[in-house]
Design a protein around this ligand. Structure first.
Ligand SMILES: [Zn+2]
Length: 110
């Protein structure tokens, strides 16, 4: 007799991992104590933080994007509160968030 459960030792499938997680950051971002500035259009705020694997990228409204080593995956996880904002396709994500460059230079009056 045995109550061995054949499923017990089977590894569970990996949890679903979205390719991209996006975290809008409307204000200034000063991971180093100095506000980040877009090297292309000199914007100082209204960022989109992107988590792809272990890396975090900053993306500007002008569609310029660069890896920001001062922003860690941990930082991202701490601030990420919108699990519905996940896409498998980068282009779809950028279009949905209006960070595909169409709004480059757009200034929002609050
Ligand atoms: Zn820019």
């Amino acid at each position: 007799m045995t109550d061995y459960d054949p499923d017990f030792h089977n590894p569970r499938p990996e949890p679903y991992q979205p390719v991209i997680r996006a975290l809008p950051h409307p204000g200034e971002l000063d991971a180093r104590g100095v506000p980040i500035t877009c090297p292309k259009c000199r914007a100082r705020r209204d960022w989109l933080l992107l988590n792809v694997g272990p890396q975090v990228f900053v993306r500007c409204r002008c569609a310029n994007e660069w890896p920001e080593p001062d922003l860690t995956r941990t930082y991202f996880d701490q601030h990420y509160t919108e699990p519905d904002r996940e896409w498998d396709n980068f282009a779809d994500a950028m279009r949905a968030l209006a960070f595909d460059g169409l709004l480059a230079g757009a200034v929002w009056d609050e």
